[in-house]
Each structure stands twice: as structure tokens, then as C-alpha cells.
Design a protein around this ligand. Structure first.
Ligand SMILES: Cc1ncc(COP(=O)(O)O)c(C=O)c1O
Length: 396
């Protein structure tokens, strides 16, 4: 038994992950090469998408997805208030304007009717970006319907390995034009830093690749100029064209080797996360003043289970979130808050001129949310330590 500090999320690395990375380090190519291609093919197959474009973070993925969607100066997009700031920032990095929509604290998601209302108020909106908070895709089919005519970029950073309510894998393209996953160390599988954008649209896939690498096109079929050394339609082997303003968002073969090795463990990792989450659910169900979103067994069964979020009415318990977090920390149990509403962030608030009263759902969620440790490396004893510590901290 150890008394190690239990952080809210943590990677799991085995010797075979290390061996896979070492093999690339001993080889010829370190940066984007055959292993990235292999990784992309494996991801596409896993989620049932036609194309996967690997990038060096989900933040980069959201940025190139917005660029591929045609977000430019003045383009309007909508994002939920409860997400990591990267979702909204991707729009602004393209020069667009991200409007922020409220969420329902019970689902931590924006309901279809709220998307529809926001679109009715801003009909020129071109892009909508649902977020699968904590790993659960909520009402994706209805959101697609409510936002018809817009490009849907789902921020699936939390839900790699998850399923929609209809049983299809998140990322298969059934309910979004592009889906963006994260491979940050606390996510279901990791590449250290990394991400991927998946789509079924060949032109979006081409644009994602273009923006991922300086706006440079290398495909002979898509050349717009002609080099003097071209034979017929075939450009010389060294030839490339910069056709757009892009970035260097490439993933390396070193990272892709880790990702491929981790991908083989995804089901095991998500399975263990599910065991822990459902155990917490059963041990927290009787707690007064505590609500657990996504605790329905059918939701646990299809979620990517990135985060375990509890909603605590601290005032009713005569305490504060800070006091509860400090008490858990004293027991070696880490917590986090996911997330501070985007509308509260000074950069966004000053830009939009919003106030807390405009977002009652997000405010109600934010006041109460607390993330408890959930990752596949937690032992049964450690899970019990979290249970005992949390129960003691929130018992009246
Ligand atoms: C909802 C959401 N979107 C995007 C990101 C950005 O992911 P990355 O760290 O891979 O850039 C995160 C990271 O935590 C996230 O939680």
C-alpha cells in the first residue's frame, strides 16, 4: 500500500510504450513520417472515420479545424460556456468571433433548444462547437438537427473511446463535420502532447493537412502553379506550393509511436475508468447536497470517462469548495475545477461584455463542480481512499 498523492488525472505508461518510442529514436526519422501515417490510419479505423489528421495538440486541432471550416475575420461561431478556453480561442485565433452559450448543469452540455435559440438570435453563425464534457457526448443527433446548415466541429478532447447515444463511436462523422481529440497525458490515451482531427470529408481533410504544415500542398492533383521542370501534369519531386497561411502543428513519429502503443490499451483504460466511476457513483448516491452528473449506467457505459465531476452544494453543507479541496488534499487526494466558465475569463468577458447573470446554468455548475481522481492507474485501495475522504469532507 502506498500513500502517494492522487492527482485528478494521470497517464499510464508501460515498458512496451517505452520500447515503441525507443525504436523510433533508433531509426531514421523522428518527425512526421511513416509512424504518424500508421497512427492516423489506426485512429480513423478505431473511430470509423475516413480521414484522421494528427496534430501536436487538440488546441492546434481546433485551430486547423476552424481554418478548414473557413473561419476568417468576422466569422461567427458558438461555443459552450463550460469548456477549456482552447475551444473559444481557436475561433478568435482565426479572426472570428466566438459567442458563448449557456449549459445545463445536469448534463454539463448545451441543450439543443439553447443552440437553436442562440442561432435564431445570430443567424449568420457559421460554426458550432459542442463539447463532450468529462467524456460524454450529450444529444449529439438532436444538436446536429438544431444547428442544421452550420459546420459542426465537436470538441471531443475528453471523449476518445466514447460513443454517441446511438452506439456509434464518437468521431465517426454521424453528428459532426469534424471531431477533435486530445492526447494530453490526462486524456484516455496519450502522446505526451498531441491531438487529431477526424472527418469524412476529403476536402476538409486536405485543408486540415494544408494548415497543419505551413499551408503547403504537395499533392500533384491540387497544384495551382506549374514549375518549369514539370512533365505534363507531374511536378518535379522537390516541388511544393504554399497555397494558404498555415502553421507547424505536426506531430512527431516519436509521439505517434507512443500513441499507437497506447491505442492498443484504450479499451482496458476506459474499462478501468468505468469501473472506478460506477463504484464512486454507488458510494456517493446517498450523499445529501451532492449531485453526480452522467451517473446513469447507460451514460457511464458509453462515455470516454475523462473526468469524474461531483456537484456539491457547499453552502448547504456550511462549508466552501476551498475547504473541501484542502481537506481532500490533506488526505492525499487531488481535486480540480473543470472549468471556470469561459465568460468569466477577463479576455473573453471584456470582448463580449457579458455578465454572470447571462449564464445561470454555467454559474450554477461552476459554483458546485469538483473533479475527483479518475485514471486507470488507481488501485482499489486508492479508490477507497478517495471515497472515504470525499464522503467525510461533504458529510454535514
Ligand atoms: C475541452 C477541451 N478542449 C481542448 C483542449 C485542449 O487540448 P490540448 O491540451 O491537447 O491542446 C482541452 C484540454 O484539456 C480540453 O479539455
Amino acid at each position: 500500500m502506498t500513500n502517494r498523492f492522487l492527482s485528478y488525472g494521470r497517464h499510464w505508461i508501460d515498458d512496451d510504450d517505452i520500447a515503441a518510442v525507443a525504436a523510433v529514436l533508433r531509426g531514421e526519422m523522428l518527425t512526421t513520417g511513416p509512424v504518424v501515417e500508421h497512427f492516423e490510419a489506426a485512429i480513423a479505423e478505431r473511430v470509423g472515420a475516413k480521414f484522421a489528421v494528427a496534430v501536436n495538440s487538440a488546441t492546434s486541432g481546433l485551430h486547423v479545424a476552424c481554418l478548414a471550416a473557413g473561419v476568417v475575420a468576422g466569422t461567427r461561431a458558438l461555443v459552450p460556456d463550460i469548456t477549456f478556453v482552447a475551444t473559444a480561442n481557436a475561433v478568435h485565433l482565426c479572426g472570428g468571433e466566438a459567442g458563448i452559450v449557456d449549459i445545463d448543469p445536469a448534463t454539463i452540455a448545451t441543450p439543443p433548444a439553447v443552440w437553436a435559440g442562440a442561432l435564431a438570435a445570430a443567424p449568420d453563425t457559421r460554426v458550432v462547437m459542442p463539447v463532450h464534457m468529462a467524456g460524454l457526448a450529450v444529444e449529439s443527433a438532436a444538436i446536429r438537427q438544431a444547428t442544421a446548415g452550420r459546420i459542426v466541429i465537436e470538441d471531443a478532447a475528453h471523449s476518445f473511446g466514447g460513443m454517441y447515444a446511438d452506439g456509434k463511436p464518437v468521431g465517426c462523422g454521424a453528428h459532426a463535420d469534424m471531431s477533435v481529440f486530445s492526447f494530453h497525458p490526462v486524456k484516455p490515451v496519450t502522446t505526451g502532447e498531441g491531438g487529431v482531427v477526424v472527418t469524412n470529408d476529403p476536402e476538409l481533410a486536405r485543408l486540415l493537412r494544408l494548415y497543419r504544415s505551413h499551408g503547403i500542398e504537395r499533392g500533384a492533383d491540387h497544384m495551382v502553379a506549374r514549375d518549369e521542370d514539370a512533365t505534363g501534369n507531374s511536378p518535379p519531386p522537390w516541388y511544393y506550393e504554399q497555397q494558404a497561411l498555415g502553421l507547424n502543428y505536426r506531430l512527431t513519429d516519436i509521439q505517434a509511436a507512443l500513441g499507437l502503443s497506447q491505442l492498443g490499451k484504450l479499451d482496458r483504460f476506459v474499462g478501468r475508468r468505468r469501473e472506478i466511476a460506477t463504484h464512486y457513483d454507488s458510494r456517493f448516491a446517498d450523499l445529501a447536497h451532492v449531485e453526480i452528473p452522467h451517473a446513469d449506467p447507460s451514460e457511464r457505459a458509453r462515455s470516454g470517462l475523462h473526468l469524474y465531476v461531483a456537484l456539491v452544494d457547499y453552502a448547504a453543507l456550511g462549508t466552501t469548495r476551498r475547504a473541501v479541496a484542502e481537506r481532500l488534499k490533506a488526505d492525499g487526494v487531488g481535486t480540480q475545477v473543470h472549468y471556470i466558465p469561459v465568460h468569466r475569463q477577463p479576455w473573453h468577458r471584456d470582448r463580449l461584455g457579458t455578465s454572470n447573470a447571462d449564464y445561470p446554468g454555467a454559474e450554477s455548475y461552476y459554483r458546485r463542480c469538483l473533479t475527483l481522481p479518475l485514471h486507470p492507474g488507481l488501485t482499489d485501495e486508492e479508490v477507497e481512499r478517495v471515497v472515504a475522504s470525499f464522503r467525510a469532507a461533504v458529510s454535514a
